[in-house]
Structures are given as structure tokens and as C-alpha cells.
Design a protein around this ligand. Sequence first.
Ligand SMILES: Cc1ncc(COP(=O)(O)O)c(C=O)c1O
Length: 414
Amino acid sequence: MDKLIQQRQETINLNAGPSPLPQAALLTAASSLLSYPETPGMGIAEISHRSKAFEGVIHQANADLRQLLEIPDNYKVLWMQGGGLTQFAATVLNLVAWYRIKNQTKPEEEVEAQYVVTGSWSAKAAEEGARMGVKTTKIVDGKKVGGDKFKTIPEASEWQLNASAEKKPAFVYYCDNETVDGVEFQAEGAKAFPFDKIDKDVPVVCDMSSNFLSRPVDVSKYGIIYAGAQKNLGPSGVTLVIIRDDLIVDLDAALPYGGARVPSMLSYKNMAANDSMFNTPPTFTIYVCSLVLRSLLETPPLPLASGARPLSPLSSYADKKSSLIYSLLDAPEGFYLGTADKDVRSRMNVTFRLKGGEALEKKFVAEASEKGIKGVGGHRSVGGIRTSIYNAVTLEQVEQLVEFMKAFQAANSN
Ligand SMILES: Cc1ncc(COP(=O)(O)O)c(C=O)c1O
């Protein structure tokens, strides 16, 4: 075991997802795989999801998540399978049914959904929405304003919102942090999501897969928040869905109004009615998530210069870690070139290019790897460099990354 821990200590894992998990949680998970304290002789992955022991796990995980995000009582927490990609479809199928029932639509009536496209993942979500038969309108197309690149979020005044339209969309969809492009909605100011511009009756759906639990969130502003676990929460295999009660409907009740037949596994109502155990859930993944949630609750906030305590320990670390890297990207030499506009850059996925070009980028990735800094190549669709600094990447590790970047710059500047 000591050797394995040492290997971890020699490694800075900056993969974009799946990504590193807190070591203490992994150690507990490893021993619980062999024998879970409440079921001696049987590991946590070897007991029924209907057992008291597992019910205790999911119950505590729900309570901890509710505490961390201050989730209001009129929201359900669902643990679902199929990743973010499945939610691209599930959100549409459930909310179109909700809309059809609410408006008693004629079967042939088209239902609209509005997508705020600020990066590769929201673009994919809009495509899947169209496949599900909804009329998708892109009220923002980041690529159009970013010179064929996702790098910016236009001011809300430029969004193609049509608040006065008689017919409202079933929902407005956005992605809070675009993992591939390093573009993130900000917590406040002109580049925060403009909830005040969205009609109060129209639910906002948000993909928070890659910045979940990295800052406080006012859940009451959302209809649905979802997040794949495999960045900030746990191993892959489970997707958290936080949904307002009134949006949960019986999907078959929408059939007379033109609703589609939807697989039972995608029905939020089924999941809610069965406490996320409509079928066998990924018990081990959920168990690891429960350990990570515990460790997040126990993380002390970073002391701020002013002495004020930040709202959440999570955002204090994310702000500090990302600003260390961005300060290099902002240096006058221009050796490292940030790809996202400064006012929308991500605290989770710092994306940049090297002025020296692709060959130097390859050298950067190779030398980083030799130093134990792994997973820094940009997404295959965009290239360049991406350092993903999710919650389990420590401040000390980011400081080491920055030291490496400084040394690389010094050795490769002419
Ligand atoms: C923001 C975002 N949404 C959706 C996805 C797709 O998630 P999954 O692979 O779990 O389906 C990803 C994957 O990295 C992501 O980063």
C-alpha cells in the first residue's frame, strides 16, 4: 500500500474526467471493498442495494449534498445512470411531457426549447434535443461571436430572447462550465447567467457536470441541475439530478397531448418515487460519492486576505488555484496564451496554447508527464493544453504545476 501511496504522491493528475479523488476517500473505499464495517466479511459492492447498510449510505449522501448546496425542500435529488449524455435526452423528454400536460397541447403541436450554446457540450446537448423532436432554438451561439471558436459568452442584451412571444419554450438550457473550451459562467456580474431575463414560468436546465460543488449555487433559480459524478464528485457511473418537484410528471399522462413513449429508466417520476432505486443503482460509485461529499463538508475554507470567511470552502480553493495559472497566462511575455476571454474563463479547466506552436505544446505535454504532471493535453477536438484542476487537486499541486510552467517558459524562450 505504501508504494501505491508514494506513486500517487509523485503524480499530479490533471485529467478532465474521470479525474482525481480525495485520497482519504479512496483509502476508505478500498478497505470497504474488502469488508464494509456495517456488514463484516462483505464488501460495500457485495451487498444488496435494498440492505439497511446501503440505504444508510445513500440517505447520508443525500443529506450531505443537501447541506453543501443548501437544496430547498421542494427539490428532489436523483442518482441516475447514463452520464451527462443521457441527461441531454432525459431533460428534454421529461420537460416536454411536463409542458404538454400543463398546456394540454394538440398532439401535432411543436414544442420549443431554447439552448444557450457556449461550448462543445451545450452544442451537443442542442443536437440531442433536436433528435428528441423538440424545436431547438439557439438563443446564444458562442461560436458565431467567437470567430468560429467557443471562447466567449455574449452579454445577455445580445441574446435572442423572445420574452414577449405568446408561446413560451418548454425550458431554457445552458452548461455552466464548458469542459473542453474552458468557458464558464461567472458567479456574479455581467457574465453570470441572466436569470432575470428568463420568463419566471420557464424552467432553467443546467449542466453542471464539470463545476458541480465548486461554488455555492442558488438552487431555487433552477428547474433542473444535473452533473455527471466523474469530475468533482466521484467515479463515473452516476449522474446527480436535482429537480423541482412540480416538474416531475407521469410521462404517460402526456401521451394524449402528443408526448412520446419514454423508457421507464429515463422517467424522473420513477426515479423519485423509488428513491433512485428503480433498478439496481451503481452502489459502489454512490458509496465513493458519499465519502467525497463527507470530505467536502469537512474541508475548511481558505483564509481570505481580508480575514472574511468565504461562503463555501469550495469556491475559495477554486478561485485561488485557477488564478495562479491565469496569472502566467496574463504575463506580458505572452508565452502562454489563454484561449477563453478573460471575463468568462473557467476555474476548473484552464485552457491555453503556447505561442511557440504545436511542436512546443507537444514538448510541454511530454516534459510535464516526465515530471509526473499528467493529463494536460487539450481535448482532441481543439488541441492545445488543458489543466483541469477539480476539487481534489490540491493548492500545493497547482503551485508545483505553476513552478513547472515557469521553468518550461524560461528554458524555451528565445
Ligand atoms: C460539461 C459536460 N457535460 C456533459 C458531459 C458528458 O458526460 P458523460 O460522458 O458522463 O455522458 C461532459 C463530459 O466530460 C461534460 O464535461
